[in-house]
Design a binder for this molecule. Structure first.
Ligand SMILES: [Zn+2]
Ligand SMILES: [Zn+2]
Length: 373
């Protein structure tokens, strides 16, 4: 199976958002309670033929900008679309069709789900949740089926005076793949959409020759409580953006492992160690703990994901088992925008992408794990 095939499996990376976001903000401050797991049953993988084992010392700084320019059409092929827009938010709930109201006694209060959808009212959200639980399923968004671990946020009502005011939004750009961290000043009003913010940011980034597929970038609405995706056609007004307490950031998300950007980045990383080595895998989920496993560079992502899945399943309670069964397990390499989702029904699906190919090691190209959505 090709690298392209594997990378495309990682396209449903929506509500791992908080998860990936946490990597970006708190990289290695994880719990010390490492679970000790050893990978057994090493299968005899056929050798990977397309690896370049010649190693030269890495440069002191990683800078993909020094490489050959990449044209736009090529970037489209390399991208994995981060957006899960549905129809634009209206003034009524898409489920009960009642008009949204901000009045305190209203039952049709507009909300934002953890997946960033603003199309249903609070009552319909909880009714849908009860139905899911009654059907012994994890509660999920009826529009995109992302599992809802968190309560939805109520939308803040935007004052009429604020609706047409233009302002400059300071957007934090978290470019883990391109090693870019900066603040972009983007002109906005409350009717500006996620797509417009992303496009305006892209114009500024292109001027600085920061190249990344724009459709693989995610615009994030940050409140003091949650980080939620601002979808392409969702406006700042739809989410009730508050100048004083909320902020917007942009993340570089998943791209194909075969892309030139990833190849360039991998060139500058140390190779995986030879022999058996210990791999520490952090997680940002409070339901999971840091894991430490013995691996070899010839181990595949499939084997590692399956191993962790089985260990968690064996040691987990009923809820953890339900999560694993419904949404699976995900391995993430945020430095190269790679993620791989393992699900129970994929148990017979083998692939040959190894740690060695993506240069995963103790000190290079750090791996994280979490739930698979
Ligand atoms: Zn409703
Ligand atoms: Zn949704």
């Amino acid at each position: 199976m090709s690298i392209e095939r594997i990378a495309s499996e990682g396209s449903s990376d929506q509500s791992n958002l908080a998860f990936v976001n946490n990597f970006l903000s708190q990289s290695s401050s994880q719990s010390n309670s490492a679970t000790q797991i050893n990978i057994t049953n090493k299968s005899s993988n056929p050798p990977i033929s397309n690896l370049d084992n010649t190693y030269t010392a890495p440069p002191t700084s990683l800078d993909i900008r020094q490489h050959t320019p990449i044209n736009d059409s090529k970037l489209e092929q390399e991208s994995i679309d981060a957006d899960r827009s549905i129809k634009p938010t209206g003034k009524q709930c898409a489920i009960c069709l009642e008009m949204f109201s901000f009045l305190p006694e209203s039952k049709i209060i507009p909300i934002i789900t953890a997946c960033g959808h603003t199309t249903m009212c609070k009552s319909c959200f909880y009714r849908t949740k009860e139905t899911d639980v009654g059907n012994k399923k994890l509660p999920s968004c009826p529009f995109c089926r992302i599992v809802q671990f968190d309560s939805p946020l109520s939308v803040n009502e935007v004052k009429k005076d604020d609706l047409h005011t233009s302002f400059t939004l300071m957007v934090k750009y978290n470019g883990r793949v391109t090693d870019t961290n900066q603040v972009l000043n983007i002109p906005c009003s409350m009717s500006t959409t996620g797509a417009e913010i992303r496009d305006r940011a892209n114009e500024l980034l292109l001027k600085e020759k920061i190249i990344f597929p724009n459709s693989s970038r995610s615009v994030i609405f940050n409140t003091s409580l949650q980080q939620i995706r601002l979808h392409a056609d969702t406006t700042l007004q739809d989410v009730g953006f508050k100048f004083k307490t909320d902020s917007i950031s942009i993340l570089e998300g998943s791209i194909k492992a075969s892309s030139q950007i990833v190849k360039n980045k991998l060139e500058n990383l140390l190779p995986s160690p030879n022999g058996t080595f210990r791999l520490s895998i952090n997680t940002a989920s409070h339901r999971l703990q840091k894991i430490s496993i013995n691996v070899k560079k010839t181990d595949t992502f499939f084997e590692i994901a399956r191993h962790i899945f089985v260990q968690l399943y064996k040691g987990g309670d009923e809820q953890l088992r339900q999560i694993l069964e419904q949404i699976g397990l995900m391995l993430v390499l945020p430095e190269i925008g790679f993620n791989y989702i393992y699900k129970k029904e994929m148990v017979n699906e083998e692939h040959l992408l190894t740690l060695e190919e993506l240069k995963v090691g103790q000190a290079t190209n750090h791996m994280f794990y979490g739930f698979g959505q």
